[in-house]
Write a protein that binds this ligand. Structure first.
Ligand code: T4K
Length: 367
């Protein structure tokens, strides 16, 4: 009987505990736990420097980051988005009082299709919320041109895209605002956490105001907006600082693991992969597109018997979820339905062993 543990789709990166506790010792001495403490400010400084962006507005999680971005940009009415994503993308749209409008995706990148976006714009449209799914950049140039032409806001849900660069700069610097997630399952994490990024300084101030109860953040503390409490704590910042120091190792190990998967699985004719065009990619997920859904179900079942648990990211489509059944869909979303029905995220983390990878590949390939 084998002794290995169950294999999940991912496993959080755990920095050496001593590196976290040495940061926490300072927190305990200061007894300053939250509200823009020194570790939080240092994390924002180091993340900005690491990514090459002007400033980072950290928040509690990637979902609230989306809500704040939509609010800060005065989204109203309809927001055009992708159905092929995690549920948070569209729950954020609804929670700020807007309606998601679902459009189809590109068959190669699995990201929102710019032609479909443009066809969906109406006088009610105030924003586009696109997702760099699995860290693969959207068609940035075309989406920007569409947003400008129609004078609507462009927001990127970049929850999967930490460290990705496109067009020679951080992916977070595209659009009016980008948001990301620092959840435990992400390649860079603060246990729970997230951030908003904007090139416009006034927008960043607005985001800071919204995360701090709506109070002015210039020192006056005047109450000029209806905000929320979305502040990250010193404990999360300590984990983030410890993890950030390991990013080069995290990225190189993930890349090596993904290349190994690709070299084994690309020999199989009926397995295909997402196509990405990024000057720097982050290897945040390893998704395979299988021949059809029945093959996918067979693979999932075979793996389950071996205590291996890949995930159907993202199935069902958001547009097929009962909570979004009233939402407008433009066209049949045929590409999104097709991709969603046969895509599978395989286990991936920096120290995933060769032997587990071989077992996973064997089960994907089957007989
Ligand atoms: N936008 C997009 C496009 C997103 O994908 C997400 C989140 C968001 C926005 C919102 O960001 P956050 O508000 O979450 O910051 C996971 C994550 O919880 C979620 O953050 C992520 N996307 C989504 C794609 O994946 P689940 O339901 O698959 O998580 P869970 O708990 O099943 O974790 C997956 C596997 O990871 C588990 O089987 C075991 C392993 N695991 C998980 C945790 C939490 C661990 O080994 N240790 C852990 O601590 O959603």
């Amino acid at each position: 009987m084998e002794s290995r543990q169950p294999v999940y789709v991912t496993r959080p990166f755990m920095p050496p505990l001593s590196e976290v506790t040495s940061l926490l010792e300072g927190v305990w001495e200061r007894a300053y736990l939250t509200n823009n403490g020194p570790l939080l400010l240092e994390l924002e400084r180091q993340v900005s420097e690491y990514l090459g962006v002007p400033q980072t507005v950290t928040v509690l999680n990637g979902t609230i980051a989306l809500e704040l971005a939509l609010e800060a940009l005065d989204a109203h009415g309809e927001v055009i988005t992708t159905p092929f994503t995690f549920v948070a993308t569209s729950t954020a749209i609804r929670r700020v009082g807007c309606q998601p409008v679902f459009v189809d995706i590109d068959p190669e990148t699995w990201n929102i299709d710019p032609d479909a976006v443009e066809a969906a714009i109406t006088p009610q449209t105030s924003a586009i919320l696109a997702v760099h799914v699995f860290g693969c950049p959207c068609d940035l140039v075309r989406l920007e041109a569409i947003a400008r032409r129609h004078d609507i806001r462009l927001i990127y849900d970049a929850a999967h895209a930490f460290g990705v660069c496109a067009g020679g700069r951080s992916i977070f610097s595209w659009g009016d605002c980008s948001t990301t997630s620092f959840h435990a399952t992400k390649l860079f994490h603060t246990v729970e956490g997230g951030a908003c990024f904007a090139e416009d300084a006034a927008l960043r101030s607005r985001l800071r105001q919204l995360r701090f109860f709506g109070m002015d953040v210039d020192g006056s503390q005047a109450q000029t907006a209806i905000g929320t409490n979305a502040k990250m704590t010193e404990v999360s910042a300590a984990v983030g600082l410890a993890n950030l120091a390991h990013m080069p190792e995290i990225l190189s190990k993930r890349r090596e693991r993904c290349e190994r998967y690709t070299s084994i699985l690309s020999r199989i004719p009926d397995i295909t992969f997402q196509k990405y065009d990024a000057s720097e990619y982050n290897y945040s997920y390893f998704a395979v597109l299988l021949r059809d859904e029945s093959r996918l179900k067979t693979v999932v079942e075979r793996m389950r018997e071996r205590q291996i648990f890949p995930r159907r990211y993202f199935w069902p489509l958001l547009s097929d979820m009962p909570v979004f059944c009233e939402s407008r869909c433009v066209g049949s979303l045929s590409v999104a339905h097709d991709v969603s029905s046969r895509v599978l995220s395989l286990p991936l983390w920096p120290d995933l062993s060769d032997s587990v990878m071989d077992e996973v590949c064997q089960l994907v390939i089957g007989k």
